[in-house]
Design a protein around this ligand. Sequence first.
Ligand code: ZN
Length: 288
Amino acid sequence: MRSTAGERAPVPKGTLDDFVCPDCKAPLADLRCVACDREYRQVDGFPILLSGDPRFEAVQATAAVYDEIYRRQQGVWENQGRTRELIAYFATLLTRFPSGRFLEIGCGEGFLLTAVRAEERFATDLSVEALRAARARTAARFSVALGERLPFPDESFDLVASVGVMEHFFDIGEALRETRRVLRPGGHCIVLTHVELTLWERLEDKISAYLFPELRLRALARWLQTRLIERPRPAALVRQPIQNRYTTRAARVMLETNGLEVVDVLHTRRRKGLPLVGPWVVIYIARK
Ligand SMILES: [Zn+2]
């Protein structure tokens, strides 16, 4: 059924020919699935390729929440760690891997996408508002799609990335299996996610920050002061509809049980100086 890259007739850029039905993975002809006959629409030029599965019926409401977030604000995630430094670092990290065909799941306003060098760039998000902002920033083939039901044929991509998305999936297992499906054998997926630190990891983080190998009593005193006296004022966090919670280890296990071999795990508890906003931010590098 599947044609290999070698046999595939060249597809003119900007057409919808590479999308498939998110549910049955059959080709689309004029946005109509040739197998299940479901018809998909476009909004402002973006194909809306959302699942018809009742399991994901909450997706419309979730997409509306994100549309509202992106309508109200620009640079939505910048104060939550998606800083320029992080984007630059993450884009450089991606250059370590072959990226002929690149997919970003949950591209938001397209800051990372803009920084990524790849021959062909694809990007999904649940929010049309986010995609509008991304399209104004950079060229890519955009679609509204769920990570759990990606509208691409098997083995389409050399590299798949997501930043701050995995903790908001409806069904992480299904989203990871979809990531694996659309990756070519040997392809990589690079995922940044927020984890819950275990008590030991918190302790370890404070020990390495203040006690060992370097005793930093003044810094420790300052930290204690912020904890005990001036309650730290949390940045205005955007409330998101789904917030999955898992530890550093549990996230790794999820990747591996879904067929993605973790080859590196990056966080500031191990490597000081990474431009990550806190010890709970973890980047997993995995291979199919
Ligand atoms: Zn279909």
